[in-house]
Design a protein around this ligand. Structure first.
Ligand code: GRF
Length: 187
């Protein structure tokens, strides 16, 4: 059995899609849901699905190896960042080389980096008048939104798109592709 840990701080819709895809899998399971927000929607999903969840203590996460040890003790094979907004500390990156992936709601290297997330991304794409946007799934290194790309998928940006309508198109791509890539990386 391969074990996944999902890190998420938001609504958890991507976590939901990944959990749904792996439901009934005999080879891959979501072994942990990890969040930095005690009120994250993803915690309700974890509870409903009987997946152990952990709320990160910031100080502990950024100093020392407690979370590295936890993830090793849980025999995690892949760490999936699904709307996790903190930078992953170097010790964690080094302990899980090419085993941490992230999804970003734009075509990196455009519209990435610290503070460029969620609606900020879609606002910037529209302000720039880009004809297309999309998603990037990539390995995580020690910089924000910087590791090797695994997959990009595109969608058109039409002149009447708003950040909200563009967000919906991009989210549809995320929900379609992220579970597929997670599964593919572990099989
Ligand atoms: C997604 O748009 C993802 O690209 C990002 O954060 C968002 C998470 O959404 N980095 P959700 O919590 O999975 O609904």
């Amino acid at each position: 059995m391969k074990n996944i840990a999902i890190f998420a701080s938001g609504a958890g819709s991507n976590a939901r899609k990944i959990i749904d895809r792996l439901q009934g899998s005999t080879t891959i399971r979501v072994a942990a849901i990890i969040t930095n927000k005690p009120d994250a929607g993803v915690l309700r999903i974890a509870e409903a699905e009987n997946i152990p969840s952990y709320i990160i203590d910031k100080e502990t996460f950024f100093r020392g190896d407690a979370y590295v040890k936890l993830l090793q003790d849980l025999h995690i094979d892949l760490i999936v960042l699904a709307g996790f907004l903190w930078k992953v500390p170097a010790n964690l990156v080094q302990a899980f080389p090419d085993k941490i992936i992230n999804i970003h709601p734009a075509l990196l290297p455009k519209y990435g980096g610290k503070g460029v997330y969620g609606h900020f991304v879609h606002e910037a794409v529209i302000a720039a008048g880009d004809a297309e946007s999309g998603i990037t799934i990539h390995f995580v290194n020690e910089k924000y939104d910087d590791g090797t790309t695994i997959l990009q998928e595109k969608c058109p940006v039409s002149p009447d798109d708003t950040p909200e309508t563009l967000a919906k198109k991009v989210q549809a791509l995320e929900h379609e592709w992220f579970p597929i890539i997670v599964e593919r990386l572990l099989t």
